[in-house]
Unconditional design. Structure first.
Lengths: 502, 504
């Protein structure tokens, strides 16, 4: 079943290339639909204490010991569901608002979904790296070919931003990280084998960790890949340009799902496979996380481009998620898993709303928007719910996620928790500023306040309904994720001497 | 006094015999004016290559000495023959309407190509310094001529002359090195050299100088930096099908021969040459990738990319393990396919536009010529080592071999080189998909009003004319993706080839 879940989007994407242009979107939609249905089925039948489920284990490259191993557990379960939900929404959105050259567009969408789902399901280190790299290729084409030029920030002396260089920058940044990770992954397998048969199974590697010295350097190869992908504070250089030129439905996926793969990678691979290094470098990563929260928040409330506000707020939110994971406490990591899903569900409709706003105002500059709520109560309502969720108002699932994260950090390192709390206050400011500038204020000349279209509204509404549902029932995730998270963290709970003895 | 002729194993020699006979047939039939048409000669050449490949596959399981030990029949050597045959067959398909082939005469052009393939087949099998050198010359001399075969264009003549001079220096250096090796070890036979060197502690200056000269000479042939300066110039000037052939087949044959020479004959002094080759690999990766960054000519770009790729492949030789050789053979095969996909598209665009091999010729073909755009994109992504292509698998094996052979830093060098290479490979991809095509292409040539003949004008620029080229490009592109997803068949093939070379 997991095989169909994984490959249906790509198959539908290929099929969409063979049908007439107008039908391609609807044909391509079959893939995400099938995946979504299967993902829901997996969630419903999931056994919280059952460990890895729906396992597929095939020999793939026997000479190198690389296996084709897929499975879901409590951590990947909801990220798979999030992926399928967002992809279904974004594909539906593109089928309604057909882009130029639709067949290639939908092929890339399908390839991207397959790659992301593969990264979430892979249980073999090399397979994970392969899917991790693979998901970049479709986004390179999506951003580069369908991106639009952005005027930049002329008041700060910044020129126009063109899609191709911006995309190249993103690609090289991300691939630098993931190629280092490839080298690190190979080294892990070979060093762990120590002359025996090479095996890249993540659980096997975790049960027999490397020597402390090797862990220390390989840890950074992996951390580089994941921190760039998120992006985290000092490694976010590709983000501002890429966010401003990217086509928004693709960006909604990129921001909603791909950034989570980085956080997921920490939880899935780094914590169990490099426990000694994780303990050793915990504080460094916590500092990076807190720096991301502060930097992202401060940047988000000083930007005028709605895309950049969304982008920098992601930096801050991913900082929270990293903070939760590296609290190395079940509470914090549970909250991080919940927050990954929350953030994906919030940022995607927000970016789609920015498309709608852009169509009304002709720009993504919030200082030139205003009064859009006047004749569009539904749009305003949807936007308001997304905003409230973004600022983690009590009552939203984001609040619960951040609460858990901070709870975990308080137990572990109280200083970081205090600093991180500042981020919550700042989030309220930038989220409300975005909403207020766009929807209220005085309406400038030449901007039309128009209700969101029925079909577009359905897509956004569906995503917003997911936010509301999750706010009412966060236990859906917490309950199922808890056991898996605890077992991932158990690897890091050993004292350093225990690890050194092995 | 009686003279005993060496026992000749005709079955083992059959690929070589088929090629030699094929050269004579193609050359002679090419002289008959009626028969010497472009398609007859091309298909005849392909038939010869197919026969050679078939005989090589027939002999695949064999492992024995031939011709009094001058040649070694094993899967490792036959791998070079098979790669050369594949590359040559595709080069023939690409060359069918090439002006160079018309000018040189089809028979002569294709028989020279076959001659070079014969040299590659022999050099892959050579296990004697003399046989090695003769095969090296047999491989190179037809290529000097072929590079200059577009006789009316200055770049082609320049390219041929440059290649001749540099190639001769390379050959001379190799020969000098061989003489010193003979002096140091007392034999020209690989096995005997290894025995002669076995007692050495690695301090014999004659042997070390000889090894250094052999490395230098072969580095010229495989275009390993810093002996690569001829590569971009020669690649750019030579007729493009020949460039395509040179880029892949010469590299494959030379690397296989290099591996056999170093890992069989010079195995006892491995500790001496390993660091030297590792240093060359790093220099090559750095120089090739940095050099390619600023190139606008696709052929030059591919030339520099070839320098960098040679650096990656050298890692497989450096580690001197069976895993390393496996990775090398796999990478050579994968590299052949992806490079040919790229060159096929370059040739197609050379014919369709008047921009030659400039990167501008590719602008916007994602929209106008998707059948060319996809193989090119796949080829470029594979060269950059992205997943889903055989290039990723190849890099994976090479890095794994490096780490496994205690050359982790070389693996990291490959990774860093790959990062730099993205900048230029993706530049090509972005030209294909993300730039509008030139507008003047929309203007179709106006057919002659009177006196026109269907043959003289209204040749649709594109589809029908390039069907063979597009077909080759699609075939290579598809194979690149297939071996990227299901690498096992190619990997088994490479393991068998590498395993047949019994390492000490």
């Amino acid at each position: 079943m997991i095989q169909i879940l994984l490959w249906a989007p790509l198959a539908a994407g290929l099929l969409a290339c063979a049908v007439p242009r107008r039908a391609s979107g609807w044909v391509a939609l079959v893939g995400p639909l099938v995946s979504l249905a299967l993902a829901i089925d997996i969630v419903v039948r999931f056994d919280p204490s059952g460990g890895l489920q729906h396992t597929v284990d095939e020999s793939w490259i026997p000479t190198l010991g690389v296996r084709y191993e897929l499975a879901v557990d409590g951590i990947s379960l909801f990220l798979v569901l999030l992926t399928t939900v967002l992809w279904f929404a974004a594909t539906l959105w593109s089928a309604i608002n057909t882009p130029e050259r639709p067949r290639t567009w939908f092929l890339m969408f399908g390839l991207a979904e397959t790659a992301v789902l593969g990264a979430f399901c892979a249980q073999d280190l090399i397979l994970f790296v392969l899917f991790f790299d693979l998901m970049l290729i479709p986004f390179y084409f999506l951003f580069g070919s369908w991106g639009t030029e952005h005027p930049g920030r002329p008041q700060e002396g910044e020129g126009r931003i063109r899609p191709v260089p911006a995309t190249l920058k993103m690609f090289i940044y991300t691939l630098v990280g993931s190629l280092l990770m490839l080298a690190g992954a190979i080294a892990t397998g070979i060093l762990a084998a120590d002359g025996g048969t090479v095996d890249f199974n993540i659980q096997h590697l975790a049960s027999d960790p490397l020597g402390t010295g090797s862990q220390y350097w390989i840890f950074w190869f992996f951390a580089a890949a994941f921190l760039v992908k998120m992006p985290a504070f000092p490694l976010h250089g590709w983000m501002p340009d890429a966010y401003r030129v990217a086509p928004l439905p693709a960006l909604a996926l990129f921001s909603g799902v791909l950034s989570k793969v980085g956080a997921y990678g920490f939880l899935r691979i780094v914590l169990p496979v490099f426990p000694a290094a994780t303990n050793h470098f915990q504080e460094v990563i916590l500092v990076i996380a807190v720096a991301s929260i502060l930097y992202g928040s401060v940047m988000a409330f000083s930007q005028t481009s709605a895309r950049l506000i969304a982008g920098y707020s992601s930096v801050a939110q991913l900082g929270f998620i990293t903070l939760g994971i590296f609290s190395l406490r079940p509470d914090g990591a549970d909250g991080a898993v919940l927050q990954m899903v929350n953030h994906g569900l919030v940022i995607a409709p927000l970016l789609l709303i920015i498309v709608v706003l852009g169509a009304r105002a002709g720009t993504d500059d919030i200082t030139r928007m205003g009064g859009l709520a006047m004749r569009a109560p539904v749009l305003a309502g949807l936007f308001l719910i997304a905003t409230i969720a973004l600022l983690a108002m009590p009552g939203s699932a984001n609040f619960i996620g951040e609460f858990y994260i901070l709870n975990g950090v308080f137990q572990e390192k109280i200083v970081y928790a205090f600093v991180a709390c500042v981020g919550i206050a700042l989030a309220a400011y930038y989220a409300l500023r975005l909403y207020q500038h766009a929807m209220h204020n005085r309406k400038p000349e030449g901007i039309e306040s128009r209700e969101v279209g029925l079909l577009d509204g359905t897509v956004i509404g569906g995503l917003v309904a997911c936010i509301v549902a999750l706010a009412l029932w966060p236990g859906l995730i917490l309950h199922r994720a808890d056991d898996s998270v605890t077992s991932q963290l158990s690897f890091t709970q050993q004292t350093p001497t225990q690890v050194a003895e092995r | 006094m009686t003279f005993n002729a060496p026992d000749i194993d005709y079955a083992g020699l059959s690929p070589v015999i088929a090629l030699t006979a094929g050269i004579c047939i193609v050359l002679l039939l090419g002289l008959i004016p009626r028969l010497g048409g472009r398609f007859t000669m091309a298909y005849l050449t392909i038939a010869v290559l197919a026969a050679t490949a078939g005989l090589s596959i027939w002999q695949w399981e064999q492992n024995q000495d031939l011709v009094a030990g001058a040649l070694r029949l094993d899967a490792f050597g036959l791998a070079a023959a098979l790669i050369a045959c594949l590359a040559a067959a595709i080069a023939v398909l690409l060359a069918i309407r090439e002006p160079a082939a018309e000018e040189a005469g089809h028979g002569a052009f294709y028989s020279l190509l076959l001659g070079s393939v014969l040299g590659m087949t022999l050099i892959g099998q050579a296990q004697n310094l003399i046989a090695f050198f003769i095969a090296l010359e047999l491989l190179s001399i037809p290529l000097y001529v072929l590079c200059a075969s577009a006789r009316r264009t200055e770049p082609s003549l320049e390219s041929g002359l440059k290649y001749l001079i540099i190639g001769s220096i390379g050959s001379a250096t190799v020969l000098y090195g061989f003489a010193l090796l003979y002096g140091g070890s007392g034999s020209t036979d690989f096995g005997a050299i290894a025995e002669g060197l076995a007692g050495e502690t690695g301090n014999d200056t004659v042997v070390l100088i000889g090894t250094a000269m052999v490395i230098t000479g072969l580095a010229f042939k495989t275009s390993v930096a810093p002996f690569h300066q001829w590569t971009p110039d020669v690649y750019q000037g030579a007729p493009t099908p020949i460039t395509a052939f040179m880029a892949v087949a010469t590299k494959a044959a030379a690397f296989i021969a290099l591996a056999r020479l170093f890992e069989v004959a010079l195995a006892p002094i491995a500790d001496d040459w390993q660091p030297a080759l590792a240093a060359l690999a790093v220099v090559s990766i750095a120089v090739g990738n940095v050099g390619a960054l600023s190139q606008d000519s696709l052929k030059r770009l591919m030339g520099y990319s070839g320098v960098a790729q040679a650096g990656y492949m050298l890692a497989g030789v450096v580690v001197a393990t069976e895993t390393g050789l496996e990775a090398l053979v796999f990478y050579l095969a994968a590299y052949t396919l992806m490079n040919l996909a790229v060159f096929a598209v370059v040739i197609a665009r050379e014919r369709e536009t008047d921009r030659g091999d400039d990167i501008e010729a590719l602008a916007g073909i994602g929209r106008s010529r998707p059948l060319l755009a996809w193989p090119l994109t796949i080829g470029m992504l594979a060269l950059a080592g992205l997943p889903g292509t055989s290039g990723f698998m190849g890099k994976l094996f090479l890095i794994e071999a490096s780490v496994d052979g205690d050359y982790t830093w070389l693996g990291v060098a490959i990774v860093i080189g790959t990062m730099v290479s993205l900048a230029y490979y993706l530049r090509v991809v972005s030209a294909v998909w993300m730039r509008p095509g030139p507008t003047e292409e929309a203007a179709q040539p106006v057919p002659a009003i009177a006196g026109g003949s269907p043959e003289a004008d209204v040749i649709p620029r594109g589809a029908s004319r390039c069907a063979l080229i597009v077909g080759s490009a699609l075939l290579c592109g598809a194979a690149t993706v297939v071996f990227g997803v299901v690498p096992s068949p190619l990997l088994d093939w490479a393991s068998h080839a590498a395993g047949s070379l019994a390492l000490p």
